[in-house]
Ligand binder design. Structure first.
Ligand SMILES: O=C(O)c1ccccc1N[C@@H]1O[C@H](COP(=O)(O)O)[C@@H](O)[C@H]1O
Length: 212
């Protein structure tokens, strides 16, 4: 059965909705340019209710050691999601520095982009295939952009993997059926406006995943 991560949660109500509907992972985005940005201290208070009920993921973009240390000590995530230009060597260092598991987001627009997965097989606990954002995008993720899911059809990967990018309650069942994704990740597709999560859309997304 496919499991889901609901990302970019910023309120107790929407975090509770994600947990109540069975999200296996919940994400806090620590990236000031994002409309979903949360300070580690605020995130620690908010996400404590999820501890032991879902994997807590801190989404970071080329974060420096000082920020990663703050996240590790204060938010205490189960996983750090690397969503920037981090190398596998940097991934090893982030694991050692934070003690958290590693989710590596890989931007995809063509079949060649999938080859980067091999570089991460000894470093990442989970891979995440996310759409490469359109040129000029202010964010490397969370923009509701999808890639050609058929690129993943029939492929297998050395690590459990997430499908991300442009998923929503109306298309997630088709995305799972085409790709066989064991894990899916969503942010803007369960919002009513950028950064504003919607309980009803979270419920509908989870229902579609749970039916798949
Ligand atoms: O959500 C963000 O604001 C964000 C910022 C910086 C890096 C990653 C971000 N989000 C990640 O992107 C995926 C896909 O987003 P969407 O569903 O297409 O909106 C999201 O789930 C996060 O993991």
């Amino acid at each position: 059965m496919t499991q889901a991560k609901i990302c970019g949660l910023t309120t107790p109500e929407t975090l509770d909705a994600a947990l109540a509907h069975g999200a296996a992972f919940v994400g806090a985005v620590v990236f000031p340019r994002s409309p979903r940005h949360i300070q580690p201290l605020h995130g620690a208070t908010l996400f404590e209710r999820a501890r032991g009920r879902a994997g807590i993921v801190a989404v970071t973009v080329d974060a420096d050691d000082a920020l990663l240390t703050e996240i590790a000590l204060i938010l205490k995530p189960d996983f750090i999601q690397l969503h920037g230009n981090e190398t596998p060597e940097r991934g090893q260092k982030v694991r050692a520095l934070t003690g958290a598991g590693i989710i590596r987001a890989l931007p995809v627009s063509t079949a060649a982009d999938l080859e980067a997965a091999a570089d991460w097989q000894d470093v990442a606990d989970h891979l995440m295939f996310d759409a490469r954002p359109p040129q000029g995008s202010a964010l490397p993720g969370g923009v509701g952009h999808a890639f050609d899911w058929t690129l993943l059809a029939g492929r297998s990967w050395p690590r459990p993997w997430f499908l991300a990018g442009g998923l929503n309650p109306d298309n997630v069942a088709q995305a799972i059926s085409l790709t066989g994704a064991p894990l899916v990740d969503v942010s803007s597709g369960v919002e009513s406006a950028p950064g504003v999560k919607d309980d009803g859309r979270i419920a509908a997304f989870m229902a579609a995943v749970n039916r798949s």
